[in-house]
Design a protein around this ligand. Structure first.
Ligand SMILES: C[S@@+](CC[C@H](N)C(=O)[O-])C[C@H]1O[C@@H](n2cnc3c(N)ncnc32)[C@H](O)[C@@H]1O
Length: 571
């Protein structure tokens, strides 16, 4: 027990007798006691709740979580029920165009205009969906949705315009005032960046997409009903509150990927206090069968006083892209070790090649002089040439369009190799654009009709392995504990195993092979097995999503096949 007050917790009362408390549990510094006797008395109960971290606060980060003792890799740091879970906060271009949304009762994907809730007529998986009357799922929002005018017409465009699933998240938040006032207060206590948002692109988007939509269709009607009945249904739902909720969701929401492929958004009071860094030490999982309870898990050993850190952005974006995304949506400049290092932990994930001047070439590399400034000039590591941030941005935007357009239209080995060859003249071989193209390429070498594994000549087989090793090395530097890149690394390891197994098969199918060649084949199989076992371990934490569970199934199937191959080669 300690009597030093924690940085952020206001002193209150003894957990046992409710008299003013002077002492704190030294482990979590969250629970207070009037004296040692009551702490001892409380320990039996508190030891199951005592958390290995506390909430702290500083000027730059706001609130954050700090470990109060060593936390072992893989252990659950804490679990928490959500404040709110609802449909996806941002629909992508395709989702904006198709009349499909998660059922309002159970989040199963369903087509608009087929089944609907008998009361409010919003889309459901079936008219008898169990969630429709459940107040914490659809029951409460149904009362407000019933006030709406319904879609203008029955064509898909009208249905999509009316059934805005993203706006439902905000309505669910508003209804916490009736459903769970404690959670409403917690939600209102969360960071919203509402002042910075005013006049921004995000604010204007929220106004169109959410605020005016809810007001026009439901909330103005609710006001009329309240006036008629001289009774308030909801205390607060004016425009500033709606914008504040949009800001809270934007700043804090977490993506929940369901095995059905549906993505939901969740907000959690304590878990959302975790700060961001581009190399996190923690990750989280959701328990769909238990009300989307979140478990925050240590991705590596975390030392006492270390901050609990997650990643808000995409690990496979270059520093400029991550910075722009964080500044736009979360309103801060990330100053983590990766962002401060122009080489991004030696990966050269954003580095460009120096083109030299007109007179000659140079084999130097261009790096940003100040990686935190998106406008910074880029300087060559070998010659005096610099290029402006604007030029770099222009070149990269052109390349992004080319890369995305190839990856979204069915790419082929030939086209990928062509674009890789072209971009390799300008970019470091480990640049994120090349990483993306090569990661797709390793999966096509071996599966595309003209490039089936058994038909690849040794040179192509070696190329596939070379690319796998190159990509694996980059992933290890960016994410040494494979906290965020499990699926990417799982795929790389799986493709490595494919090459190793193919090499073994080529040796084993030769009836005249020497003893040495048999030994060589068996060592390939052993290596292949090692890669698969590594992949299976890494994928354990991804079993709750479609991509992770599919890949894991493929890995387990290959392990079986490998065992059979080894048995056969022994005979
Ligand atoms: C999900 S909230 C985290 C909790 C928040 N700090 C609070 O006090 O409620 C995200 C916000 O925290 C701050 N934040 C998180 N990570 C940060 C970082 N690495 N540097 C600066 N600010 C950060 C930013 O204001 C960001 O918009």
């Amino acid at each position: 027990m300690s009597n030093s007050p924690p940085e952020s917790v206001s002193p209150t009362y003894c957990a046992v007798c409710q008299t003013p408390a002077k002492l704190y549990c030294s482990a979590c510094k969250l629970v207070k006691y009037c004296g040692a006797e009551h702490q001892k008395h409380h320990w039996k109960q508190h030891k199951t709740e005592c958390r290995p971290f506390r909430v702290a606060k500083d000027k730059a980060l706001g609130r954050y979580l700090k470990a109060t003792r060593t936390i072992k890799a893989g252990s659950v740091v804490f679990t928490e029920m959500p404040i709110i879970v609802g449909p996806k906060w941002y629909l992508n271009e395709r989702e904006e165009k198709v009349p499909v949304m998660p059922c309002v009762g159970c989040f199963t994907p369903c087509r608009m205009g087929v089944h609907h809730c008998p009361k409010c007529r919003w889309p459901t998986c079936s008219p008898n969906c169990g969630g429709l009357d459940n107040p914490s799922l659809h029951g409460l929002e149904c009362t407000v949705l019933m006030l709406g005018p319904g879609p203008a017409d029955s064509d898909p465009r009208s249905l999509i315009d009316y059934y805005r699933s993203d706006a439902l998240v905000v309505l669910k938040c508003l209804l916490l005032q009736r459903q769970n006032p404690k959670k409403w207060l917690e939600l209102m206590d969360m960071q919203s960046h509402e002042e910075e948002r005013i006049g921004s692109e995000l604010h204007n988007d929220a106004e169109k997409r959410i605020v005016s939509y809810l007001e026009r269709n439901f909330l103005q009607r609710l006001k009329t009903v309240e006036q008629k009945q001289k009774q308030k249904y909801l205390q607060e739902y004016d425009t500033p509150v709606l914008h504040r909720i949009c800001g809270i969701i934007e700043t804090n929401y977490m993506c929940i990927n369901l095995p059905s492929g549906v993505e939901l958004s969740g907000v959690y009071y304590t878990a959302c206090m975790m700060e961001h860094a581009c190399q996190p030490n923690s990750y989280f999982q959701f328990d769909q069968r238990n009300g989307f309870k979140i478990s925050v898990i240590a991705g590596r050993d975390i030392g006492r006083d270390e901050h609990l850190v997650i990643m808000y952005s995409n690990m496979l974006w270059g520093t400029q892209m991550r910075q722009e995304h964080l500044a736009l949506t979360k309103h801060f400049l990330c100053k983590c070790a990766r962002c401060l290092d122009p080489t991004e932990f030696g990966t050269h994930f954003s580095s460009m090649l120096c083109m030299g001047d007109e007179g000659g070439s140079c084999d130097g590399i261009h790096l940003p002089k100040d990686p935190l400034d998106v406008k910074s000039d880029w300087a060559c590591t070998k010659c005096p040439i610099t290029i402006s941030g604007d030029e770099v941005r222009y070149i990269l935007t052109q390349m992004t369009e080319e890369v995305e357009s190839l990856l979204t239209r069915k790419p082929t080995v030939k086209k990928l190799e062509g674009l890789i060859e072209k971009l390799t003249k300008f970019l470091h071989p480990h640049h994120y654009h090349l990483f993306n193209l090569k990661h797709t390429l390793i999966q096509l070498y071996g599966t595309e009709t003209n490039y089936l594994l058994k038909h690849l000549d040794d040179a192509l087989l070696n190329r596939k392995m070379y690319l796998c090793e190159e990509l694996y090395g980059t992933c290890q530097k960016l994410d040494p504990n494979t906290i965020r890149l499990s699926i990417y690394v799982g795929i790389i390891l799986y493709e490595m195993h494919a090459v190793l197994t193919e090499r073994a098969k080529r040796l084993l199918t030769n009836p005249k092979r020497s003893k040495g060649e048999t030994i060589e084949a068996l060592s390939y199989l052993e290596l292949a097995r090692e890669q698969l076992l590594k992949a299976a371990k890494i994928l354990e934490k991804e079993l709750d999503n479609v991509a992770g569970s599919k890949l894991s199934d493929a890995v387990l199937k290959s392990l079986n096949e490998l065992d059979n191959l080894v048995k056969k080669s022994d005979q």
